[in-house]
Design a protein around this ligand. Structure first.
Ligand code: NAG
Ligand code: NAG
Ligand code: NAG
Ligand code: ZN
Length: 474
């Protein structure tokens, strides 16, 4: 009886949800994204000639703008790919660190095979000579990173505008879709919207606050939280990896929009979703510095901001692959879980580790599905099972979207790094299926993945989640 009532209720909910989220029937969307995009577009197209310095001066004269809020531009900044780093490293030359410290390089990706690093216009000459002096070859992948950033912005605006026709405010409540990247408010509104549409099975937590006072939000979906195996899914640990929060919200949407018809391996699970582990960083990446990676906590010993949250977890903290320098992009923080975000996740998850079967964390880029350990060159004891499930997910992705993902143990593909959330979830919470998923692409666009690829990439993320959910014995 109860069951029957519930399912009628669910059908009703499903109907409302389907309507609200059916992309094709979505009303015009008013997204802060568009406003920001438009503003930047106008700046670019109408006022292209106003240099950042001039704008900054004007703003400073107004006495309102914080220097930390002046948008960072990457005009004529280049992206380089340098192979065979480990060889250079062996010669006692920490190349990435040198380029970062001496030439203001921004490390995009560093793994066992190559280093992707961007160098600003003003440092190009010096960095080039440095590489030449040391006989190091580089591939120039891009010659103007600002163009990439602007292209994504423009494409996103066009995608939403063509969809929307004339735009007016207050349409689809959260305004979420997977045609463009969204601001934090839209993502949080989406979580609230889901919570209010599925009150019986959803719970929305605020598990803490950030240094800048933003909420850390987690959505739980479960029909039986006491009994069902738990799957944790997070995204946005690294601010600039925008495809990650987009993928996590997509998974929420996919799972819930068809809730009643989901197979048991989806419905009989307790899902935790934290789309944005690093909200301060995400906002900063959207508003100020597109290539920002860390959180935004101030340092007491340096004028540099931010800790790499994925080096801050309490597992072999301060190990290889993390930096003691607050200015570095892989700065590990002052102590294990020194950061509010890390602490919040550690506390929340360690109190819920009972029945925790999976920990999935979405990053970009590289197209990898990797499992522990990252902090040492050893595999977990049951690595055969993790390899099998990772490989199955990769095969399913290949046949569904044609994208090639590789699955292997983390240290082999990405190199050794201590303090990662994945290793922590395995070691401290005993989660069996622990994966870090590095989403698209392989470096063609890097973090500036075109909006037209959001949906396809998010589907790939969904396949990993489904495959893992299926692998967990009921
Ligand atoms: C751009 O600015 C420079 C220097 O302020 C000026 O010489 C030039 O004429 C400007 N170009 C345009 C198209 O306004
Ligand atoms: C890089 O390493 C590959 C083998 O891993 C080797 O074939 C190639 O010659 C190396 N390139 C340079 C520039 O050292
Ligand atoms: C989860 O934990 C509860 C309490 O220990 C247990 O009864 C239940 O069987 C567990 N669920 C699964 C799916 O193993
Ligand atoms: Zn990352």
């Amino acid at each position: 009886m109860l069951r029957c009532q519930r399912s009628i209720y669910s059908v009703f909910l499903l109907f409302t949800l389907t309507n609200a989220f059916d992309i094709t029937s979505l009303e015009p969307i008013a997204d802060k994204n568009i406003q920001t995009g438009n503003r930047m577009l106008y700046e670019r197209e109408i006022n292209a000639n106003i240099s950042q310095a001039v704008a900054a001066k004007e703003d400073a004269a107004d006495g309102v703008i914080d220097v930390n809020e002046i948008p960072v531009r990457y005009d004529d900044a280049q992206l380089w790919r340098i192979y065979n780093i480990s060889e250079h490293m062996q010669n006692n030359m920490p190349l990435a660190e040198t380029l970062e410290n001496q030439f203001g390089g921004v490390i995009w990706k560093e793994n066992s095979k190559f280093l992707d690093i961007s160098i600003n216009k003003d440092n190009l000459k010096a960095a080039r000579s440095y590489l030449a002096e040391h006989n190091i070859d580089k591939e120039v992948v891009h010659t103007n990173i600002q163009e990439l950033i602007d292209a994504v912005e423009l494409e996103g605006i066009k995608a939403t505008q063509s969809e929307a026709g004339s735009r007016t405010k207050k349409q689809a409540r959260s305004g979420i879709n997977w045609k463009d990247y969204h601001d934090l408010e839209t993502i949080y509104d989406f979580m609230r919207e889901i919570r209010s549409k599925f009150p019986k099975i959803c719970r929305l937590y605020s598990i803490g606050k950030t240094a800048e006072g933003r909420d850390l939000k987690v959505l739980r979906i479960s029909e039986n939280p006491r009994e069902y195996k738990k799957i944790w899914i997070d995204g946005g640990i690294h601010a600039r990896e925008w495809i990650s929060p987009a993928t996590v919200t997509f998974i929420v949407y996919q799972i819930l929009s068809k809730w009643e018809s989901q197979p048991a391996y989806i419905k009989q699970r307790t899902w935790y979703f934290m789309p944005v582990v690093n909200p301060d960083g995400y906002v900063y990446s959207r508003n100020v510095n597109r290539l920002w990676r860390k959180n935004r906590s101030p340092s007491s010993s340096s004028s540099c901001y931010g800790v790499d949250l994925n080096r801050n977890f309490n597992i072999n903290w301060n190990g290889r692959g993390s930096s003691t320098n607050p200015c570095s992009d892989t700065y590990r923080g002052t102590t294990p879980a020194s950061e509010l975000e890390t602490k919040a996740v550690e506390n929340f998850l360690s109190r819920r580790k009972h029945n925790l079967s999976a920990y999935l964390t979405y990053h970009s880029y590289g197209q990898y599905i990797v499992y522990p350990w990252a902090y040492k060159a050893v595999k977990v004891k049951d690595s055969a099972a993790l390899q099998r499930v990772g490989k199955t997910a990769a095969e399913r992705i290949l046949s569904k979207t044609g994208t090639v993902y590789r699955s292997d143990v983390t240290h082999a593909l990405l190199g050794i790094a201590g303090g990662g959330s994945d290793d922590w979830a395995r070691a401290a919470c005993g989660a069996k299926y622990v994966y870090t998923v590095e989403l698209r692409d392989k470096g063609e666009y890097g973090f500036q993945l075109p909006p037209s690829q959001i949906r396809g990439t998010a589907e790939e993320g969904m396949i990993v989640a489904e495959t893992v959910a299926q692998a967990i014995a009921l």
